[in-house]
Design a protein around this ligand. Structure first.
Ligand code: CA
Length: 290
């Protein structure tokens, strides 16, 4: 058996944050042919479930960058939280530096009401300002943060620490690249944490043991699947760990050059049903080899 592991934002989702009919049909076809389709994303499980339900697909789900794994019938197979003490120190540090941040548990995405309003305002300003296309693209990508399902707005970060649920992922956002790099370096230095990014405006912090690649490896072990005969499709830094694990890696045309450079091949853009195109190509190659 083989996996077809697919990232969501910038990959399976188009510019309207939807799964196109072409992509949905390709996923159904792959499942009918016996491939195990896995959605692998930084988004929270409950958010992904809502998106998949709307599109009429039922894949396995690697959520919060590998910190959770769910089977396609909704059973949790694995979860790797960040320790309570570490969550507290991360939030304190981000809070003191006025970051906009989101804290992911298995029930909700907690965020500060005032910071959220400010960040939204910042995005709208960037979008309307006289900027080059790259900067406008960064602002448009940042707006995706607001498209997620399951937000709970709180007044301050101790309100988040009061919650009993375990924390799987913390996303910090800024349009100041220097500020973002400082946060990346700070948390990357801490042995028990892993830091990746899914777009130019964010960093995503998990337990070191959690990554899309590690999660896929764990699933391969549990389900007796060959990674060498599996495909992963994605567009950014947080997909690199799964690209390294599979025999056939696919970058989106809309990915940056350094992502394309490490992949087996490049497919069309997310707005051109790049996932469907990659699935059909993979299955054709697969049939020729087997
Ligand atoms: Ca992505």
């Amino acid at each position: 058996m083989s996996f077809i592991a697919i990232d969501l934002d910038g990959t399976l989702l188009n510019g309207q944050n939807e799964i196109s009919e072409e992509n949905r049909n390709a996923i159904h076809y792959a499942q009918e042919q016996g491939f195990e389709v896995v959605i692998s994303t930084g988004r929270a499980y409950f958010d992904v479930q809502t998106i998949c339900k709307k599109a009429g697909i039922s894949p396995c789900i690697i959520g919060t960058n590998g910190a959770t794994i769910h089977s396609n019938d909704g059973k949790m197979l694995s979860s790797i939280p960040i320790s309570k003490e570490r969550v507290e120190s991360i939030l304190k540090w981000l809070d003191e530096r006025d970051f906009y941040y989101e804290v992911f548990t298995d029930k909700a995405i907690y965020t500060l009401k005032k910071r959220r309003e400010f960040f939204y305002h910042e995005i709208q300003q960037l979008k309307s300002a006289d900027l080059d296309r790259d900067q406008k693209k960064i602002a448009a990508e940042a707006e995706r943060q607001f498209d997620q399902f399951g937000f709970v707005l709180v007044e301050n970060y101790p309100d988040i620490l009061k919650q009993k649920e375990e924390v799987f992922n913390i996303v910090a956002c800024s349009f100041n690249q220097k500020k973002l790099a400082e946060a990346w370096n700070r948390f990357d230095m801490i042995g028990e944490l892993g830091v990746v990014s899914s777009a130019d405006h964010n960093i995503e912090i998990t337990n070191k043991g959690a990554s899309k690649g590690n999660a896929l490896e764990k699933m391969a072990f549990l389900m007796n699947v060959s990674l060498e005969q599996s495909m992963a499709i994605g567009d950014s830094n947080n997909d690199l760990s799964m690209f390294r694990k599979v025999g056939y890696s696919v970058a989106m045309e809309n990915a940056k050059d350094d992502i394309k450079a490490v992949c087996t091949t490049t497919t069309l853009k997310n707005d051109e049903n790049g996932v469907a195109h990659a699935i059909y190509q993979f299955m054709e190659n697969f049939a020729l080899q087997n």
